[in-house]
Design a protein around this ligand. Structure first.
Ligand code: ATP
Length: 270
């Protein structure tokens, strides 16, 4: 396959300011920022810096954003790949990709490795473990575990993984010294939706009739990604009509459109 090995971003601009709501999760990852910036502060008392943290929560709630913000706040490089990239990979490719990823991250340490959709490689070993692709998935998973176990205490690479299915993960991943910290990233409540709207309204030309409290109440069940979509869609709807600013009606139309999209998606799933 021509897919690139993994993404590497040495100058992450994302910061905690870009992550709205998620106060509890931000507090927990602040500790990881601290580990990366001042490792000696922890190791000099004999403590071991954790190697991994698992972000758990529904799609679009800001897990990737939060992991990136950790790298941005700590000013360290961000290496990332998605578990779904490993599906249908040729034998041996997954494991060697993981090996290269860790090698690079160690060379550039302190650094963050982010693995999105870890469930795609980290699913508990199932009944059909005989098929070839499953073997390859297991090889990849084993390589990941080997790399994490092989970290010395002063490697200073922290692996953050994300999933919306923590329940199906192989328990070996959660053992001490691996992803032994779980951080929950939930759908936003009405107050958090308002904060997310504020972030994504920043770049828009806003009409005076915009009412954030109203919009936040009109969007129960929306994720941060849905709200980002609403803001963008509203701007496009306004522009299509030649308006000078995005107004309340544009937002209501955008909300309707996103709800329509969500319903369609759910129909396909069920
Ligand atoms: P998935 O599980 O689908 O990978 P995710 O939880 O990693 O989703 P992100 O990719 O981080 O979600 O979110 C997608 C986009 O939605 C972000 O780039 C951002 O624009 C917006 N977003 C999501 N959550 C937030 C948030 N808490 N604050 C601000 N923007 C958010």
């Amino acid at each position: 396959s021509k897919a690139k090995l993994f993404d590497q971003n040495t100058e992450v601009k994302t910061s905690f300011k870009d992550v709205a709501g998620l106060e509890g999760a931000k507090e927990e990852v602040q500790e990881i920022v601290d580990f990366l910036k001042f490792p000696e502060k922890y190791t000099k008392l004999g403590g071991k810096i954790p190697k991994g943290a698992l972000l758990v929560g529904p799609p679009g709630t800001g897990k990737t954003l939060l992991a990136k913000a950790v790298a941005g706040e700590a000013k360290v490089p961000f290496f990332s790949l998605s578990g779904s990239d490993f599906v249908e990979m040729f034998v041996g490719v997954g494991a060697s990709r993981v090996r290269d990823l860790f090698k690079q991250a160690k060379e550039k340490s302190p650094s963050i490795i982010f693995i999105d959709e870890i469930d795609a490689i980290g699913r508990a070993r199932g009944k059909n473990a005989m098929s070839g692709s499953n073997d390859e998935r297991e090889n990849t998973l084993n390589q990941l575990l080997t790399e994490m176990d092989g970290f010395g205490t002063n490697t200073n690479v922290i692996v953050i993984a994300a999933t919306n299915r923590a329940d199906i993960l192989d328990k070996a991943l959660m053992r001490a010294g691996r992803f032994d910290r779980q951080i929950y990233v939930d759908l936003p409540d009405v107050r958090e939706r308002k904060e997310i709207f504020e972030v994504h309204l920043r770049p828009l030309k806003k009409a005076k009739d915009l009412d954030l409290d109203f919009l936040s109440k009109q969007t129960p069940g929306f994720s941060g990604a849905d709200i980002a979509n609403v803001c963008n869609e509203a701007a496009l709807i306004a522009a299509r009509q030649g308006k000078k600013a995005v107004d309340k009606q544009d937002f209501l139309d955008a909300v309707d459109r996103i709800i329509g999209g969500l319903e369609k998606k759910n129909k396909i799933i069920t």
